[in-house]
Design a protein around this ligand. Structure first.
Ligand code: URA
Length: 210
């Protein structure tokens, strides 16, 4: 059982995150670092997965060797920035099923509006890992998890790169059963709902839009 909040303090994660935060880091550099960090975060978010054993034969002898148990994981990218984290996690767990939830944040109300949802079947039997680099107000994360629960998901983890104290509190109030795994809890949100010190708009930085 994971704690409600896990901050991944591994030196490699923290070093890469610092370079990503720098405003002069290029789009290509940002994307490469995000992929590298997501591999390391994937290692943490998949900690404690159910295991079983299978009988195999090494060149030396037979053994009961550990393998993952149960149905394939479901990775859910919260569009569009979630795709940057998704790529790395998928590299580590290539057999995972993948879904997408499209939410945009109304700039005035800061509330999420859903425009797309396509998720794998039998979510109720899978570990579901929702990915979004920025847990800011928490409104869109809560809405995405609401949606996944409506689709049957029971065992959900939330993976992000940065979280705000406000976003963590909002998620904990709405979904105390969903552990959050992040590389950093930053100071606060600004009046536009951006994380500070943060790294700016994650989608713009990874796709080179503005
Ligand atoms: N989304 C982002 O991309 N950045 C923030 O700081 C907050 C939400």
């Amino acid at each position: 059982m994971l704690d409600h909040l896990t901050v991944v303090t591994h030196p490699l994660v923290q070093h890469k995150l610092t370079i990503m935060r720098k405003k002069e880091t290029s789009t290509g550099g940002f994307r490469r670092l995000l992929r590298e960090i997501s591999l390391l975060l994937a290692y943490e978010v998949t900690r404690g997965l159910d295991m079983t054993t299978t009988r195999i034969e090494t060149p030396m002898e037979e053994m009961d060797a550990p393998i993952l148990d149960g149905k394939k994981l479901a990775l859910i990218s919260i569009l569009r920035a979630g795709n940057g984290l998704l790529d790395g996690v998928l590299e580590l767990v290539p057999a995972a099923r993948v879904g997408f939830v499209g939410l945009y944040r109304d700039p005035e109300t800061l509330l999420p509006v859903q425009y797309y949802c396509k998720v794998p079947e039998q979510l109720e039997d899978r570990l579901v890992i929702a990915v979004d680099p920025m847990l800011a107000t928490g409104n869109s994360s809560v809405a995405a998890i609401d949606l996944l629960k409506q689709k049957g998901a029971k065992n959900i983890r939330f993976l992000c790169l940065l979280a705000s104290p406000e976003g963590i509190a909002t998620m904990k109030a709405a979904h105390p059963d969903v552990p959050i795994i992040t590389a950093s809890v930053d100071r606060e949100l600004d009046s536009h709902g951006y994380i500070v010190p943060g790294l700016g708009d994650a989608g713009d930085r990874m796709f080179g839009t503005k």
